[in-house]
Ligand binder design. Structure first.
Ligand SMILES: C[S@@+](CC[C@H](N)C(=O)[O-])C[C@H]1O[C@@H](n2cnc3c(N)ncnc32)[C@H](O)[C@@H]1O
Length: 231
């Protein structure tokens, strides 16, 4: 398992800086019809506002029981209905094709290999309505930032060390207790290749959640994809 549940108890703090994505994913959910699915739903940080804004049930998948429990509590407190499922995103199915599948906060980077991502993208393609959308974001990797952080110790939200593995395209956050969260970065061409093999194509690519155009200087990929249309 590449994401350690040791991060769950302080997840509010780990995710506190990430708020700009919520209105983005809410807006896309509003544009679609049919079920909404969040891959790696975590504590429901995004799924709860999406459910509130659309009055539709959001199916939230996650492989961590601890995170699903946080989502259950959050949804109950907000009075919304989330359909929470203990499930690996590489192996999910839905009963009814989805209008939107989305994966916030770079969670696809927790998948270790290209094959893991390919399987996930194929599952997404098989789960989308013909007019459905797949939206996700991931950082555009900056080696200079990673090199600066490599080996650094940070004390918030919990004492941890950052480790940078060039050879394995990987960043680790290692808590003092040993719990580890790893992110395997992907290039733009890797994302485009994944869409291609899954029979999907880019509909929109932004450099940020305010709809900034993606440029060579962008540091975030914000992708929106759809089924590939025949030429
Ligand atoms: C950074 S959190 C993102 C949570 C939430 N989407 C958000 O935006 O705050 C990463 C989540 O991915 C989940 N995760 C990691 N690998 C997974 C997998 N293979 N299948 C499903 N969930 C996974 C973890 O359990 C964790 O809840």
């Amino acid at each position: 398992m590449s994401w350690d549940e040791g991060f769950a108890d302080r997840y509010e703090e780990w995710s506190a800086q990430m708020t700009a994505d919520i209105p983005f994913y809410v807006a896309f959910a509003r544009r679609t019809r049919g079920p909404v699915v969040e891959l790696a739903v975590g504590n429901g940080r995004v799924a709860v506002p999406v459910a509130q804004a659309t009055a539709r049930t959001v199916i939230g998948l996650d492989s961590s029981p601890a995170m699903l429990e946080l989502a259950r509590v959050r949804a109950a407190a907000a009075g919304v209905d989330l359909d929470l499922r203990l499930c690996d995103m590489r192996d999910f199915t839905v009963d009814e094709p989805a209008g939107l599948v989305y994966c916030p906060f770079r969670a696809l980077l927790h998948l270790r290999t290209w094959g893991d991502r390919r399987t996930t993208f194929e599952r997404v393609a098989a789960s989308l309505r013909p007019d459905g959308l797949f939206a996700w974001n991931a950082f555009a990797f900056d080696h200079q930032v990673a090199a600066r952080l490599d080996g650094q110790r940070q004390n918030t939200p919990a004492p941890h060390r950052v480790r940078y593995s060039v050879g394995d395209n990987r960043i680790d956050l290692v808590l003092d207790g040993g719990a580890k969260s790893s992110l395997w970065w992907a290039t733009k061409n890797e994302w485009l290749g994944l869409l291609d093999v899954a029979g999907l194509e880019v509909q929109e690519l932004y450099g940020g959640f305010a709809g900034e155009p993606f440029t060579e200087d962008s540091r975030e990929y914000v992708f929106v994809a759809r089924h590939r249309r025949r030429a």
